[in-house]
Design a protein around this ligand. Structure first.
Ligand code: G1P
Length: 353
């Protein structure tokens, strides 16, 4: 079995971060979403991975490399325009050959991995298998109507009137039958070749398509609130590991990770949280549910339930909650400051208390 990871897309819902970086590289619990995904693939024993990349191709290749660090062999496949998930299968035809493959959307996080779904596919070996989960508002997803025996009766992409509450999660298992299907369907109203339509085509052809219900945590990290929730859930799984320097005047409570080269001085750290390598925390209250990326500086501040990307600076501000700070961004309050002074780039949001 091979894997096809989709890492194109514009990430419009995660602006402004995605003006300058791929949404799949945004870190949760200090690890890029895409790495969480590749680890899940490795954990089911798949090593040949094709990653479909778009505008952020170079950045993704630089960050992930040839995959050898993760025990994978990665091939990058360039998609010239975001023409849909079905189109990704079309351009990966040669890479995939006639092998079975798992297709994984690079912005989806499945905290407990995909082993259960992989086993179900191997045991039953339908033409295709989707993974579904119950959601409150299915209208923003592909929606599956599933009959007895886990057989899919119908799949509809973002229906206005959903006929079930089962959303299709971004992990699909395919046999080579999908290749004819993606070529048989026309582009949708939004101008994309929808994988959902191709799978429906298999159903219409009388092929068996099954659905397995995902019991663990799943999140599509394409939006800020989803990203922060995912960060909380993944941090809830960390265990204390102090590899950096923590002084005598600091108090650590709950699961706290302090990476190599990080320094914590006169601060209260309430886990779960992670402090990235080279970060400096001084006279501050951090956590719970906070990820500080590498080389961040937090001084005289109070931050909870937030993600600071590499090199971000918080100085003299707080309380900061449910916030996302991009790489090298600075939020400071020098002594004597009497008004908010903002230099806010395109599509940023700032809420001041
Ligand atoms: C895509 C799929 C949709 C699926 C969702 C899961 O939607 O088209 O069927 O439910 O991923 O994250 P998109 O995120 O491209 O709108």
């Amino acid at each position: 079995m091979k894997a096809l990871v989709l890492s194109g897309g514009m990430g419009t819902r995660l602006r402004p971060l995605t003006h300058s970086m791929a949404k799949q590289l945004v870190p949760v619990a200090n690890k890029p979403v895409l790495v969480h995904c590749l680890e899940n693939i490795r954990d089911i024993g798949v090593t040949e991975v094709g990653i479909v990349v778009g505008d952020h191709a170079e950045e993704i290749a630089t960050e992930i490399g040839d995959g050898s660090d993760l025990g994978l062999r990665i091939t990058y496949l360039r998609q010239e325009a975001p023409l849909g998930l079905g189109h990704c299968v079309v351009i990966a035809r040669e890479f995939l050959g006639d092998e079975d493959f798992v297709m994984y959307l690079g912005d989806n996080v499945l905290a407990e991995g995909i082993a259960e779904a992989a086993d179900a596919f191997a045991t039953r070996r339908p033409a295709a298998q989707v993974v579904v989960t119950k959601v409150l508002d299915p209208r923003q997803y592909g929606v599956a109507e599933v009959g007895e025996d886990q057989v899919v009766r119908a799949l509809v992409e973002k229906p206005r009137r959903p006929r079930s509450d089962l959303a299709v999660i971004g992990v699909y298992f395919f046999t080579a039958r999908i290749h004819d299907a993606v070529r048989a369907v026309p582009p949708s109203a939004r101008g994309e070749l929808e994988i959902t339509d191709a799978i429906q085509h298999l159903v219409d052809q009388g092929r068996t398509v099954t659905a397995v219900e995902h019991s663990g945590y799943w999140q599509d990290t394409g939006r800020t609130d989803g990203l922060l929730e995912c960060n909380r859930v993944l941090l809830d799984r960390v265990e204390t590991a102090v590899r950096g320097q923590v002084d005598q005047d600091s108090v650590l409570d709950g699961p706290v990770v302090v990476e190599h080269g990080a320094t914590v001085v006169r601060s209260r750290l309430t886990g779960p949280l992670v402090v990235g390598s080279g970060a400096v925390v001084q006279d501050s209250r951090i956590g719970p549910h906070t990820s500080l990326g590498a080389n961040c500086t937090v001084n005289g501040s109070d931050v909870e339930d937030s993600i600071l990307l590499r090199g971000a600076v918080l100085d003299g501000v707080g309380p900061v909650r449910a916030s996302l700070l991009g790489r090298g961004s600075q939020v400071t309050s020098p002594p004597g400051t009497r008004a908010h002074q903002l230099v806010v780039g395109d599509d940023c949001r700032a809420v001041v208390a």
